[in-house]
Design a protein around this ligand. Structure first.
Ligand code: AHG
Ligand code: MN
Ligand code: MN
Length: 328
């Protein structure tokens, strides 16, 4: 197979500095750290079962969820790589109750879900890493309140999907770009520049196990998706993997909607604002889609707590507008 004319992530940033403003050098270093850590996570995931990374670590995180061994491994790799890049002052991770301070003179803050889709690790289904970067407003030791920012202030947002191949998707506010890991060299190679999501689609992604615990408007939208057309054929198809990254990535490329609303079990929503919803929302908007927490634009929310949760709706414009029309 032809693998000539490959553009590596580092080359892409260097050659296209207009896409990486206002700080291409720092962005290159931060993305290099993401590349390095996710390469290590990829290697371990691809050998899971052969190396001891499956199963629970035997502890719970601040969210009261069982921590998996791979959650911890991924978290350690990201903190280590970011610590060496010098530009990151502190990391907020799903796996740490408090922020991890790295370098007081770093100009950026990094928020991450190092391993998204933990429930899928042991059964060989795609998982991901999600990340978000803010520019600091001051210098010196970091207070956790510095993470209380609006989503629209993100400087970089992205995710890595460890799927049938491993892909890194990110935006610095000027389009969404995708790179695929070449495992033999450990390099991420440009495979899709300026991704645009379809304006419409037919995939709806919602955990219907929550059906009787969610608001009536969303139930009605789900019923709308299940309606047959005049020829008696289905109009939509349902897909829900339980890995936000994988569900979102599929819908980004094919057209669809992902909804994780407030439920009886999770009245504030299940997904975390700063390291799950915000970065995915920025990617969605940059690709021409929408992201909300109901009727309101998600990126307009200012975080009040580092591990805050939020309802989350994201996807193709036409489907999103239809879904939102069912809400009060
Ligand atoms: P994490 O593994 O980081 O805790 O995230 C899991 C999230 C998300 O990836 C997924 O969309 C959602 O939880 C699934 O939750 P349900 O099992 O409640 O559907
Ligand atoms: Mn997650
Ligand atoms: Mn996680």
């Amino acid at each position: 197979m032809n693998t000539k004319n490959e553009i590596l992530l580092s080359q892409f940033i260097k050659n296209r500095d207009e896409l990486h403003q206002p700080d291409p050098q720092a962005f290159a270093a931060i993305l290099k750290a993401v590349e390095e850590a996710s390469g290590k996570v990829h290697s371990v995931i691809s050998r899971a079962g052969l190396v001891d990374v499956l199963g629970a670590a035997g502890s719970e995180n601040i969210q009261g969820e069982q921590v998996q061994k791979l959650d911890l491994y991924a978290n350690e790799q990201f903190i280590e790589s970011l610590g060496a890049c010098n530009h990151i002052a502190a990391v907020l991770s799903e796996e740490n109750d408090e922020i991890i301070t790295l370098n007081d003179s770093g100009e950026y803050l990094f928020a991450t879900d190092p391993l998204d889709g933990s429930s899928n690790i042991d059964v060989n289904i795609s998982v991901g890493t999600i990340f978000s970067v803010f520019k600091r407003k001051r210098k010196g030791p970091v207070e956790k309140e510095e993470f209380h920012r609006h989503g629209y202030e993100q400087a970089i947002a992205g995710y890595v999907l460890y799927g049938t191949s491993t892909v890194l998707i990110y935006t610095c506010g000027k389009g969404v770009h995708a790179f695929t890991l070449e495992p033999s060299s450990g390099e991420f190679v440009l495979t899709n520049e300026s991704i645009k999501t379809p304006q419409n689609g037919n995939i709806f992604s919602v955990n219907e196990g929550n059906y009787y615990t969610i608001e009536k408007g969303i139930q009605d939208y789900i019923e709308h998706c299940k309606k047959l057309n005049e020829k008696g054929k289905r109009t939509h198809t349902a897909r829900f993997m339980g890995s936000l990254v994988a569900d979102f990535h599929r819908n980004l490329l094919k057209g669809g909607i992902f909804i994780y609303p407030a439920t009886a079990d999770a009245p504030e929503g299940r997904l975390r604002l700063l390291y799950e919803c915000n970065p995915i929302a920025m990617i969605a908007e940059q690709a021409g889609g929408l992201a909300t927490l109901g009727k309101k634009r998600l990126l307009d929310i200012k975080a009040k707590e580092i591990h805050e949760r939020s309802p989350f709706f994201t996807g193709s414009k036409v489907m999103m507008n239809k879904a939102l029309s069912y809400l009060d």
